[in-house]
Design a protein. Sequence first.
Length: 110
Amino acid sequence: MSPLLLGMLNTPEIILILVLALVLFGAKKLPELARGLGHGIKEFKKATRDVQDELNTAMNAEPPITPSQSSPPVPIPPAAEPAPPPATDDSLAQTGPQAETVPPSEPPKA
């Protein structure tokens, strides 16, 4: 509970809340409810602690090993582009602006 809320609750108010809880839930259910609440808080704290531990180990871990920077990497020359195949008379006739490409699955248009 927040300190502000506890500052506003006096002994009579706390006793009234406990009596109402006893009446609403019964004497047998109150210990079970309190136990369940305790387990929930315990699990929450454990999960919080695990996340903090994981973050701490990640922050304190050594950086990954990188290659030595003492010698610069050897540049690889760009690959030479292959020369285009020699042009034939048929390939010249089909590559002009007036040539029409027809997909092989369709018959030529008349």
